[in-house]
Every structure is written in structure tokens, then in C-alpha cells.
Write a protein that binds this ligand. Sequence first.
Ligand code: GLN
Length: 547
Amino acid sequence: MARFIFITGGVVSSLGKGLASAALGSLLQARGFSVRLRKLDPYLNVDPGTMSPFEHGEVFVTDDGAETDLDLGHYERFTGVAARNTDSVSSGRIYSTVLENERRGDYLGKTIQVIPHVTNQIKDFIAVGEDEVDFMLCEIGGTVGDIEALPFFEAIRQFSQDKPRGQCIFMHLTLMPYLAASGELKTKPTQHSVKELRSIGIAPDVLVCRSEHPIPEREREKIGLFCNVRKEAVIAAYDLKSIYEAPLAYHEQGLDQAVLDAFGISPAPAPNLSVWEDVADRVNNPEGEVKVAIVGKYTQLEDAYKSIKEALTHGGMANRVKVNVEWVDAETFDSEDAAPHLEGYHAILVPGGFGERGTEGKIKAAEFARTRNVPYLGICLGMQMAVIEAARNVAGMAKAGSEEFDHEAGQKRFEPVVYHLKEWVQGNHKVKRKADDDKGGTMRLGAYSATLIEGSKVAKVYGDTSIEERHRHRYEVDTKYREALEAEGLCFSGMSPDGRLPEIVEWTDHPWFIGVQFHPELKSKPFEPHPLFADFVRAARDNSRLV
Ligand code: GLN
């Protein structure tokens, strides 16, 4: 049965709880243990699928089709363990399940209350698959004291009491601010945060203190004393040049040792950190640089394209180059020449997106890349825009467009080269959708396979003709136009196994122009860069030598 590590945060948000959890997971793996990471989010949305990337950052999609928090991306990138639908839950999902149970009559005769009904539901969620791994790491979103998070804190407190002694520990992340005027690190916010945690019955076993300055031994002792935590279990977390140094940095500060000590696992198996040493070496010692433009809509918030940014970094690591990403807002050249905005980049990436805003700019970016021989990677919407560009500017269909935008405008303005998908095959069954279906969870989501054409560029890149990638989209390129586009050189080099849905397109006479309907970035890892990103960055590097 698994041991449980509950990870909470205090003082301020954005302390890097997700990263600390992911790094701890990787360190436990390095010591030979199996792990699974889980996220419990206090917000009331059933899942983040309906939240704007401006608000919440990217939506991370799992193989089994769940739309989850971006922290699950960190978990996968650091542990390589594919997340599941059961690894992400929100208050919204917990409450809607409790309410469904109530309507069905599961609790007949009872008054439904936060304790025990909501807390029991949370506890059931935490325990799913507990026999499968050595350690289950559960991160609680938000900070201690948040109103919505209270049922989660209560549930983990109860959970630790339900289990035999020594099977659950609590790790708490806080901030140690530095007062420049007095030249001091302050421990008081950490003390208050722990006090808050203890007032709801949780005593932390490990404290992780984020700090911009070295924490002197004396301050560590003080925190330990005031917070009732062993001083060896007060771990400093300093700012890092790259997140991929986190496993080594946390190990150096003694995090994994403190966790194993808290469980009384002694002697602790020695860690093998060679993977992370190699990763850190590749991040820190690049032999060149490339400049890649991400032409998107949500460019103010980098987290909106988190996995893409990370996948590009991994692609850089594969080629030992540093990838400098610049965010270009597609809307700025919706109705002007794109060239002045795009010249000088070694490659262009058009990511996924929803809605019409900025799409004319993205179409221009695809045209620029095609006509100037600049490497282009179009992801999901970025592929759809590349196909529209080909239809309009090469195949002579001046009115080519997407039904997605006609829906918004409520009128037929375009020839729908990209249409609303209403029916497709998932495994052994047919999925059906209507245009006015609910928005939540109704897209084509999760892992689907594709068959690649032998001899195509993508088949070479993957070194395979059968692949499986994660999807998240409602619209699809219409095969009706395949012949006309292929006659012009836009090869449909990857299709769904039934041949009905285009998965990949590529220009045959271009150095590197590939559009994919899926999200390859979700499966890339620092120790296993995704082949498309590795080869895209290689093409950018080759191009940089020409410029
Ligand atoms: N909006 C497009 C669709 O739903 C693309 C989605 C995406 O890029 N993830 O098909």
C-alpha cells in the first residue's frame, strides 16, 4: 500500500508547489521507488477545460482524455509517469459527484454535509490506485486558509488518521521574504502559515522555504523551533536558472532524505541522479542559440503555452542549443504585412487556440514560413490555419476558412476547409456531438493513434509509421479538399487509422513545414525530447546557420 505525501502551500501563491512536488517525485524514483502525483484544486469549475488560458494557464490533457491543471504537465515531465483522469480533481467535480449521488438516492434519509459527505468523496479520490505505487504525492492547490480549500485540508487530515501511523506525511511550502532595508530574512510569515495549518489539525513534517537569499543555519533552527519541525526537515528552495535543476537542487538541500526520514525509511536506498545530471548539463551548457517565434493569442501569460515552451527547451537539449522563445501576438498583423514582425526568427511555431481573434495573423505567419522557407510547426489550430493558407493562396480557394469562425459570426462567410466534427471513432465506439452541445469535456480529447505515410518527413522524424498523440479540438480539416491540396504539394502524411481524419500535413518541397492536429508538446520530457520538437529545433539550428 502506498505511503502518502500531502503537499500544501502558505504565505503566497505561485511558490512552485507543483515543481517541488514533481522534483520530489523524481527524487523518490531516483531511489528506486514508484510514484504517482495528484492535484486537488479548490476552484468550483468541474475541470479547467472551460477556463481561459489567460486566467489559468494551459489546460493539460491526459491520455485518457481528462482536461487538467498544468501542474500535471510538470508531474509528467519530471517523472515520466503518464497522468490519468483520476489524478486531477476540483471542488467542482467533488461537489457535482456528491450532488449526483444525492439525486440518485445514494444517501437516502441523510442530510448531506461537507463533513462527512464531501470529505469522504475527497478521501475516495485520494485513495484511487493506492495499491499500485510506493508513494502517492497529493498537492493541494491554493494556500492554507483559502475558503474553498478547507474541505480538502479537512479531508487530508482525516485521511492521515484513517491510515496506520507513519503512512502519511505533510510537506508545507512557504516564502521567506528578505527585507533589504534591514538585510534580514523574515521567518514570521512561515510561522503564521504553519500556525494556520496546525489550527486545522495538520502538523507539517517537512517545510520547504522559498527564498531569494541563502537561509543561514541559525534561521533554519529558529524556524524548526517555532514551527515544531526538525531542523533537517527545513529545506531551502532557492531560485534556479532552469526548472530542470530542481531535482538536483532539492536533493542537495536534503528534501528526499527528509521525506524518507519522516517515514522512518532507514537506511534510505542511495539515489541514482545520472539522468538529472545529464539534463542539467544540457540545459546549462548549450553550444549555440536559436530564436523561435511563437505566434499566438495568449502571449501575455507564458503559462498559456507552458508545455510548448518546455517542449522547445527539450528540443534544444536534444541539439545542445538554447532556444530563445519570443512571443508574437498574431493580432498585431491581422490586417497588415506580417514580414516585418517575423523576419529574423530561425523558426515559427503557431500553437493551438480557440476563437477567431488573431487567426488572420496566424494564416499570414503560415504563408510567411511557407514562402520564405522558414521552419514551421503548426499545432492544432496552427495546423488548421496552415491548411487554410494553402487552400487560399496555393489551391485558389480564396474563401477558404473554418466553421469555428462562422459559428461565432453566425453566418456563412467561408468555404469550410475546417469543419465542426460531429462523429468519430474512439477505440471501439462511435462518439457523436451536436453543434449546441455543452462546452465542458465535449471535444475530441485524449490519445488517438495515427498512421503515417511511409517515406514522409514525419515518418522519418518519428522513425515509425504508427503513433499515438493527445488531442483537444472540436474542428477538423475536411478530407474533401485533400486531393486538391495534395496536387499542390501539401501532403496529408498522417491520418487516423480509419483514414477519415487528417492528423498531419506537410509541404513536400519545404525544408521543414509540418502541421499536426494533436498536441505533441504534452508528451515531451527533458530526458526524452519529443521527436517533432527535437527535429524542429534541429531545423531551426540549420536555418540559423544560413541566416
Ligand atoms: N479551436 C480549434 C478546434 O477546436 C483548435 C483547438 C486547439 O488548437 N486546441 O478545433
